[in-house]
Design a protein around this ligand. Structure first.
Ligand SMILES: C[S@@+](CC[C@H](N)C(=O)[O-])C[C@H]1O[C@@H](n2cnc3c(N)ncnc32)[C@H](O)[C@@H]1O
Length: 339
């Protein structure tokens, strides 16, 4: 169907455009057309413009930005390849981190470049090349498009974190869980964050609550250095320690709350955490398990074996690890030691 346009000479086009906008007659849903020395502005109603004539043309709709990576890649990848695309990707700062199946690895560059063109806030496209497995819980990454760097600054709940995605653990998916834990901290508490990474729990707690003190321990020297920098960057008062939780914790006195965000191995450190808690102190214990209840039963039994009476306050699912296992946080109150 033909649509209405105002046709004007190029030299008066800007004046005409402003006039149409002022009269509310400019149609934002269609593209402006150039015809030789003339410009055709789409209009919503017959509106006279000085030096212009009203004409009718067939008009293509204004091209809209693709809403997803799959939409942006249609026509670039085959139907079979599109079906293999992951449904999403992680964004850490301005770095997109994608996980591609083997069948799409040969297309990694075109996928990375398209991703950066589609989402203009992203400057680096990186690929997960290995799962999180080392002691520092760092994953392998390969930059496939954009700027050649793995350093970025991530913002979460108004706090900024400097980090290197190839050297430090950081999951943007855990922001809500970090806030869930932080929001339980009461004024005047002494808080220990074990396995602290680049400091997202410690900084958030120090910045948004009013603790007496936040102490944070991290083994990875690179992450620990960023944690100290992130404390300054966010004007958060943290005692950041680079070292092993097992060695450092017994030297630090008693805490009202201990966060243990090392789901794969936190149970191996309960023997260090429990003696460091004040009476009625609280532990946020992370675990990979089939269900929150399964994890709560496991931690309750471990605490009993270690000679402690506890009360499970909550057990929440906070992410997935594998099709069978989820990430769970069990919040526990330590009531005391068995006689
Ligand atoms: C799953 S990451 C969590 C990091 C951070 N809490 C976060 O949410 O981003 C676990 C961290 O524990 C650190 N880590 C592992 N074993 C440790 C130990 N024995 N003592 C101190 N830190 C340790 C790793 O280097 C890693 O940065």
């Amino acid at each position: 169907m033909d649509s209405l346009y105002v046709k004007v000479k190029r030299k008066v086009a800007e004046e005409a455009r402003i006039g149409l906008l002022k009269k509310g007659a400019f149609d934002n849903g269609r593209r402006v057309i150039a015809e030789g020395d003339n410009i055709l502005f789409p209009i919503t109603k017959r509106t006279p413009v000085r030096g212009g004539v009203i004409v009718k043309r067939k008009a293509p709709a204004l091209a809209s930005r693709p809403r997803s990576l799959a939409e942006a890649l249609s026509g670039v990848l085959s139907e079979g390849e599109l079906a293999l695309l992951p449904s999403g990707f992680d964004v850490v700062g301005d770095i997109a981190i994608l996980e591609l199946p083997a069948g799409l690895l040969k297309k990694k560059k075109v996928i990375g470049n398209t991703l950066l063109k589609t989402f203009s806030n992203l400057k680096v496209a990186a690929l997960k090349t290995a799962p999180v497995s080392t002691e520092y819980r760092v994953r392998g990454v390969e930059v496939v498009a954009g700027e050649k760097r793995t350093f970025t600054i991530h913002t979460e709940y108004g706090c900024r974190y400097r980090l290197d995605v190839s050297k430090d653990y950081f999951s943007p998916r855990l922001g809500t869980e970090r806030m869930r834990v932080a929001s339980q901290v009461k004024a005047g508490e002494r808080v220990l964050v074990m396995f602290a990474g680049v400091g997202p729990y410690a900084v958030l707690i120090a910045k948004q609550r009013s603790p007496k003190e936040v102490v944070a321990i991290e083994l990875n020297p690179d992450a620990a250095r960023f944690m100290a920098e992130n404390a300054s960057l966010n004007k958060a008062r943290i005692l950041s320690i680079q070292g092993d939780v097992r060695d450092a914790t017994p030297l630090l006195g008693k805490f009202d709350r201990i966060v243990m965000p090392l789901p794969k191995d936190a149970c191996d450190f309960l023997d260090v955490a429990l003696p460091a808690l004040s009476r009625n102190g609280i532990v946020h214990f992370y675990d990979f398990a089939g269900s929150p209840d399964e994890s709560a039963r496991k931690v309750a039994s471990l605490c009993k074996k270690l000679g402690y009476r506890i009360k499970v306050l909550d057990a929440v699912a906070c992410g997935s690890y594998s099709p069978q296992l989820g990430r769970v946080c069990v919040d526990l109150k330590i009531l005391g030691k068995n006689k």
